[in-house]
Design a protein around this ligand. Structure first.
Ligand code: GN1
Ligand code: MG
Length: 359
C-alpha cells in the first residue's frame, strides 16, 4: 500500500495530532494492519477485509456498542477504560469507519506497553487466557440487545449441515469418493451436535455476546503479564458464549499443530484444559446459568467437530475458503482436528468432572 495513500486515510480520522509515521504490523490473514504514530500517540489502522465481512458498517456498530458497554463497566470498577478496553477512533465526520473506493478502514487506540503471546505453553498462560475471556464475557453478561450477524451462521451447525449437504451433493471437484471414511466421522455425530444446537435455538442456552476468535494472541497483557484487554472484536456477535470457551480449548490444549501430519502428536492436554477452565470460571462462573455450566465442557467437542466439518467441506468444495499451502492441506487439517476431537471424547468424563469441581 502506497504510503501517501495511507497518510491520507489516517488523516480522515479524529487523531490527536499530526501523523509522523506509519508502519506495517504483523501479517494477519484477514485484515491489513498498520501502526500510525502522531506527535502525541499511537494508533492501529486496519483495512477490514470486505470479502469476509460484507457489512463493515454493521460490524463497526457491533464493536462500538460492545466497547461502550465494557468501558462503562471498567470505569464503574475503578479501572482504566483506555487500557482495559479497545477504543474505536471515529473519523472527523463522526463515522466508525472510512470508505475509500473498495476499501474499508478503521482506527483504534494503540495500547502502550502491551504484549501478546502466541502459544499457551504454560499453565499460567492458559489460566490467564481463561481469565481474560471470562472477564470479557462476565462484563457483557448483562448485554442483551441483539448484535448484527457479521458472518452468517458462524457456529450454527444446522447452517453448516446445509452447506455440507450441498457440498456433498455437488461434489464439485470429484473428491467425495476419496474421503468416505472422513465423511462418516461427520455423519456419525450429526445428531449429537444438532441436539446441542437445539438448546441454543430453544434458548435453554441463552444468547450472549460472543467474541468468536478466542485464541491467546487476541489478548493483550501488560508488562507484568496480567491481562489488559481482549482485542480483535471483528467477529463479536450474539450466540451462545460457550463456543468461545470451546474454541479456546480447541486452540490452547492441542499438543500438536492444527494441521499436524503426524497424528501421534495430536491430543488434548487436560492440564491446559484444567488451567484455562479455572481462570475462565473464576471470572465467569458466577454469571453462568445452570445449563451453561452443564454444557461447558461439551462446547469444546462441538467446536472441534465443527472445525473438522469446515476443513473437510472446504477440501470437498475445492479449497475455496481457507488459504492452503499444499493441495491436501484442508484434508490434513480435518484429520488432525478429528484426532483432537477423539482425544476430547476419550477425556470427556474427566473434563466434566474438572468443570464440576471448579464451580
Ligand atoms: C479462521 O484466520 P483465523 O485463525 O482468525 C476462522 C476460524 C477458524 C480458524 C481455523 C472468520 O480464523 O473460524 O476456527 O480459521 N475464521 C473465520 O484456523 O472463518
Ligand atoms: Mg481474527
Amino acid at each position: 500500500m502506497d504510503s501517501k495513500m495511507l497518510y491520507d486515510i489516517a488523516r480522515e480520522f479524529a487523531l490527536d495530532a499530526e501523523v509522523t509515521n506509519i508502519a506495517t504490523l504483523g501479517q494477519g490473514f484477514i485484515n491489513d494492519t498498520y501502526v500510525v504514530t502522531t506527535l502525541g500517540s499511537r494508533y492501529i489502522l486496519q483495512r477490514k477485509n470486505h470479502n469476509i465481512f460484507p457489512d463493515v458498517a454493521a460490524m463497526m456498530d457491533n464493536i462500538w456498542r460492545v466497547t461502550t458497554h465494557l468501558k462503562a463497566k471498567v470505569k464503574a470498577a475503578g479501572g482504566d477504560p483506555e487500557r482495559e478496553v479497545l477504543t474505536v477512533i471515529p473519523t472527523k465526520e463522526g463515522k466508525l469507519y472510512h470508505r475509500d473506493g473498495e476499501n474499508f478502514w478503521a482506527v483504534s487506540l494503540y495500547i502502550e506497553g502491551s504484549v501478546t503471546h502466541d502459544v499457551a505453553d504454560t499453565p499460567r498462560l492458559a489460566y490467564m487466557g481463561g481469565c481474560g475471556i471470562g472477564r470479557f464475557q462476565a462484563m457483557l453478561s448483562d448485554f442483551t440487545e441483539p448484535l448484527a450477524e457479521v458472518i452468517k451462521g458462524f457456529h450454527n451447525i444446522r447452517w453448516r449441515f446445509e452447506q455440507w449437504d450441498r457440498a456433498l451433493a455437488e461434489d464439485r471437484v470429484g473428491r467425495k469418493a476419496s474421503v468416505a471414511e472422513e465423511i462418516a466421522w461427520i455423519e456419525s455425530r450429526r445428531e449429537r451436535m444438532l441436539a446441542f444446537w437445539a438448546l441454543v435455538e430453544q434458548q435453554v442456552l441463552p444468547m450472549r455476546v460472543t467474541h468468536n476468535d478466542t485464541k491467546l494472541s487476541n489478548i493483550l497483557f501488560d508488562e507484568h503479564d496480567e491481562v489488559l484487554c481482549v482485542i480483535d472484536l471483528d467477529t463479536v456477535m450474539s450466540s451462545t458464549s460457550l463456543n468461545d470457551f470451546g474454541d479456546a480449548i480447541r486452540s490452547y490444549t492441542n499438543t500438536g499443530a492444527e494441521d499436524d501430519e503426524d497424528l501421534s502428536r495430536v491430543s488434548m492436554n487436560i492440564e491446559i484444559f484444567r488451567h484455562y477452565a479455572e481462570g475462565y470460571l473464576s471470572e465467569r462462573g458466577a454469571s453462568m446459568t445452570s445449563s451453561e455450566r452443564e454444557w461447558l465442557a461439551f462446547s469444546a467437542l462441538y467446536i472441534t467437530y465443527e472445525q473438522v466439518l469446515r476443513f473437510l467441506m472446504d477440501y470437498i468444495d475445492g479449497d475455496t475458503y481457507y488459504k492452503i499451502a499444499y493441495p491436501t492441506h484442508n484434508l490434513v487439517r480435518a484429520r488432525a482436528q478429528h484426532k483432537l476431537l477423539e482425544s476430547m471424547e476419550q477425556q470427556y468424563d474427566d473434563m466434566k468432572a474438572i468443570v464440576k469441581s471448579l464451580l
